[in-house]
Ligand binder design. Structure first.
Ligand SMILES: O=c1ccn([C@@H]2O[C@H](COP(=O)(O)O)[C@@H](O)[C@H]2O)c(=O)[nH]1
Length: 241
């Protein structure tokens, strides 16, 4: 089974913070994968991706595309040409949108002669729970059923995997091929604040539950010692690059 090194979510607001974290994380071997989300990308854009790649990190560009198929295909084409390793779309966009995202990504990557980034579908955000699903989204399925249905849809559209909570990995494995990836945010080492995350697990639990990769932000980036925080999480998850 693929076990990636923990992915660090670089959700910070200033270049000073970015540079400090990259300098610290650059000392770790194997180097973590760096996740650029909306905040960092909207602030610093493509030059930041370039900078991170030049520093030898793999990049997970987490822009969670969700729009009409044509718009998503065109955006994915751009993302495919950026040389990133992983990117995301919302499964809720439906089959036509997911297929368009994949096609756009392949086109963009082919244009620059790079490998096509892994495309992962967001199932249900780890900040959602049953109550939100039923009372605000008016979804009749249970949360695990909804996640499982989105995983099946993503696999049918030939995506590489999904973003889910490690709590749902087993039910996804029950209906997907072995190579299908389950990458899991909502990670909190024991004793940490859960913040806005609802479906949380510890790094140890994520490993036991069979997650292919964990995404960790605040427990590392807001730590007084990000290197020690990363290392302790990496030891618990036992990922590789
Ligand atoms: O369902 C999802 C999808 C994406 N995320 C992203 O992961 C990190 C988690 O950060 P923490 O600080 O460890 O909570 C963040 O960038 C989210 O955008 C997610 O949490 N859940």
């Amino acid at each position: 089974m693929i076990r990636m090194a923990p992915i660090v979510a670089l959700d910070v607001a200033t270049l000073e913070q970015v540079n400090q974290l990259l300098e610290q994380l650059g000392k770790i071997k194997p180097q973590p994968i760096i996740k650029i989300g909306m905040e960092a990308f909207y602030h610093f854009g493509q030059p930041l991706i370039q900078q991170i790649r030049e520093n030898g990190f793999d990049v997970f560009l987490d822009l969670k595309l969700h729009d009409i198929p044509n718009t998503v295909a065109r955006a994915a084409r751009v993302i495919g040409s950026l040389g990133v390793q992983i990117t995301t779309v919302h499964a809720a966009g439906g089959a036509e949108m997911l297929t368009a995202a994949r096609a756009g990504l392949i086109e963009g990557a082919t244009k620059i002669g790079a490998p096509t980034p892994k495309l992962l579908a967001i199932t249900q955000l780890t900040s959602n729970n049953e109550q939100i699903l039923h009372e605000q989204q008016h979804v009749a399925l249970s949360l695990p059923e909804s996640v499982q249905a989105y995983a099946t849809l993503a696999e049918d559209c030939r995506l590489d995997g999904v973003i889910c909570s490690a709590q749902e990995v087993a039910i996804i494995r029950a209906v997907t091929q072995k190579r299908f990836l389950c990458v899991t945010p909502g990670i909190r080492p024991a004793g940490f604040e859960t913040d806005d995350q609802k479906r949380v697990v510890t790094p140890e639990q994520a490993f036991q539950l069979g997650s292919n990769g964990i995404v960790v932000g605040r427990p590392i980036t807001q730590s007084k010692d990000p290197i020690a925080a990363y290392q302790s999480i990496a030891q618990a998850f036992k990922g590789e690059n």
